[in-house]
Design a protein around this ligand. Sequence first.
Ligand SMILES: C[S@@+](CC[C@H](N)C(=O)[O-])C[C@H]1O[C@@H](n2cnc3c(N)ncnc32)[C@H](O)[C@@H]1O
Length: 237
Amino acid sequence: MRVDVLTLFPSMFDGPLDESILRRAREGGYLELRITDIRDFAHDAHRTVDDRPFGGGPGMVLKPEPVFEAVESLRSPGAKVIMLAPVGEPYRQETARSLAKQDHLILLCGSYEGFDERIREGLVDEVVSLGDYVLTNGALPAMVLIDSVTRLIPGVLGDADSVTEESFGEDGLLEYPHYTRPAEFRGMKVPEVLMSGNHGEIAKWRKKMAERLTAERRPDLLVKGSASDLASDESER
Ligand SMILES: C[S@@+](CC[C@H](N)C(=O)[O-])C[C@H]1O[C@@H](n2cnc3c(N)ncnc32)[C@H](O)[C@@H]1O
């Protein structure tokens, strides 16, 4: 997959995407990442890319010309253009799953007050919000999106199960808790069932724990009605 990022802060991308699975994905040719400075498409010697908002108010707004020209220079047939913005659709694992099927993403990272609205109207396929909070600029949200999408590209993770058996998977639940050696640590014991070797019982325990965790912490993920039943099921703690 090719990913182009348009940003005013290219150096923010140095480091986080050069480690671990992301590094391997890039080296293995699964992810071709290019970071472009929007200022390279400015029209004046001062590399101006923003201006005051029509109608008044605080802050500066990203001008349409440099962003249109940058996207037009990078776009391939079928490329999906995504704007990062707090006013977008909430970003979820299912968004990541669907984006992982694309060949080419172009991510628009805003700064200041954000983008001139004509950029969304004329260029953008999806507006995506990483959460109900406001960040300084779009670099961190873009990196989160790139990370979450890249690990879903087939072949990037060695063990296919690590994608299927995790939070927000097909069952929509949070993942069950994990334990490793030692079997007892500072008086805290690993649940017996996990050491029983009985795979059927282990699977049942994990399912129950996943449902319970989800009911307690994220009842919004459960279908209405079952959440309160699961949350109040204290009997098997
Ligand atoms: C300071 S924010 C602009 C906030 C905007 N004035 C508003 O109130 O919705 C600057 C840029 O950071 C990025 N950004 C901030 N918070 C974000 C979020 N929750 N999700 C995605 N992008 C975000 C966007 O690219 C945005 O254009």
